[in-house]
Ligand binder design. Sequence first.
Ligand SMILES: O=C(O)CCC(=O)C(=O)O
Length: 250
Amino acid sequence: MEDESTTAAYQRNGFAVIPGLFSAEELLEIERQLEAHLRLDLVSAPRGDVVFEADAERSLRCLFRIHERSAYFDQLMRDSRLIQLVQQLFHGADVVADGTMLIDKAPLTKYEFPWHQDNAYQFWNPPDAVAVTLALDDSTAESGAIVCLAGSHRESIRPHQPSGVFGASRSLVTPPNAKDFSPVTLALKPGDVSLHHVNTIHRTGPNHTSRHRRNLGFAYHSSRAVCDKVAADQYKRDLAQFLQTQQVPV
Ligand SMILES: O=C(O)CCC(=O)C(=O)O
């Protein structure tokens, strides 16, 4: 695996793309496992872990903490290629795998995940943590790919507020100034993987295409990073309270 340039790109920009990390054959197996898992999990997952679209189709938007209910996806999160990749970003520190989620932007869905930094709700200190995204479909500017602001991972965490978008917990109070950073669309093909630093400012746009845009997301932190439990617990309480006041499509 050629990782020197991945690490360099990640350190410079706060994100990187690794094309073709998973083969077509592996993707077929992931799809098979996902289909079987969804059949069961969509009826039994805890209320906060599943978000549906509010339209007539009621298609799935997000499924969180899949690794807690699926041995297969727990293993996938620990795939040696993913762990090695992340370990290099952490300069050899041990990698702790935190979770697996699925984000499915259904055809022609208009919502955005507004600009945010993942550490606004993960609270790692130091911010040695990374989100890994495995594309199951084509992720393009038209289908709502992740857009990262190059170099923004060197920023500290900016003020955030509830995003108002189901599935996206927090967003920046003030959108970033377009002149400060270059936005880069992480275009992915099925089997490609992207990495973004937990402080990188990023968003996703609507899906203007007639096809699904599904991403499997994996979260990791380094053994050097400590979670601010007080902030994390407060965040969980705020989120639960916020969800109670909303008409969450279930
Ligand atoms: O994959 C997506 O659509 C959401 C990605 C995202 O915002 C995140 O990983 O924090």
